[in-house]
Design a protein around this ligand. Sequence first.
Ligand SMILES: *Cc1c(COP(=O)(O)O)cnc(C)c1O
Length: 429
Amino acid sequence: MSEPHSTNADLFEAAQRVIPGGVNSPVRAFGSVGGTPYFVARAEGSYVFDVEGRRYVDFVQSYGAIILGHAHPAVTEAVAKAAADGTSYGAPTEREVALAERIAAAAAEVDQVRLTSSGTEATMTAVRLARGFTGRPQIVKFAGCYHGHADSLLAAGGSGVATLGLSGSAGVPPSAVADTVVAPYNEVPELDDQVAAVIVEPVAANMGVVPPAPGFLEGLRAACDEAGALLIFDEVITGFRLGRGGAAERFGVTPDIACFGKVIGGGLPIGALGARTEIMQTLAPTGPVYQAGTLSGNPLATAAGLAALEQLTPAAYAELEARAGQFANGMREALTRSGFDAAVVQVGTLVGLYCGPVAGPGWVAADYDDARTTDEQAYARLHAELLRRGVAFAPGAYEAIFVSLAHTPDIIDEALGAIADAASAAAQA
Ligand SMILES: *Cc1c(COP(=O)(O)O)cnc(C)c1O
């Protein structure tokens, strides 16, 4: 054990010696925005505090895993109580049943649920399940959609359903993506009898925030039905964030399989997939598709998730959507006033930001090509100016901006003031 470190710079230096890039998930390294990451000492409500004692209004919120705000007493008390009873058993528990029931009650397509330890495991399992259920090899995904870091789903390049995906990472052999087809978002691809499933973020929230164009999700549903393929909604961000029934409920389109994560764990490691019984029974031990996990259904994660979901009443979602609206509209105004070119996109409780001159005030990105027109340098300048003024946005231009229920109207107003100042400084740079 080394000496205790008291500054972000010290810690980052020490971290880089023992952890690749100093971080356990790449975007946290500030590579695309520059500068030194702040190391969090603690967090409360809408705020995070770094090891130097600086306070930030936090719009990262663990990339959407936190929805009530940090260290919400209902969650921390549930976790403490659960921890006192033991942290993992390798045997089933009552809370796993309760959480599965809660998810099944919220999602029309879900009769049964399998819990995992991350969103990546949920999507990875959903793909295996779809292939096992249909007996078909191919998966169609959309450019710019993120489904975690499983080999077959990292492919993002290419365009058109005919284009076989290229691997999005070194270490992924061509064979791993040979059956992954990448299509442009918001265009319904043509499917044939080789396609096991189409996987989609029903609101894309990993290339900024891209709403589904009218008819897109309905078109996917119809195309899957016609081809005998399964439709997988990756609701790892949207599930229990857009509302209790996620994007499926909001847009009125029912997938065959839904994947969850983030919000349903209250900030603890979790993922889940759900579908109708016939599909879910294809998983082991009732069926031939293998899937498992030492820590799956972990007692702390289920306690935290249940406690978080308990707070998420229809009134809470209405409130969160109003706060997101206050923030999105206020940010749009502040940026315009500051002469900082940008577009702010809001879909319900989700907010996205694209920097640079855009076509007009109502502009939204339709696909990955549109999203990538964002000016990453301008975002980096804004990000740095924001941090200086005590506002934390994600250190990447393609992340959604997360408002929590702890972001009161006053705190949002305070942040908007800082955003206006930061944008003026960034616009002049
Ligand atoms: C975060 C995310 C994942 C991956 O979840 P992890 O818990 O990070 O593995 C999958 N899909 C979407 C849409 C996500 O945003």
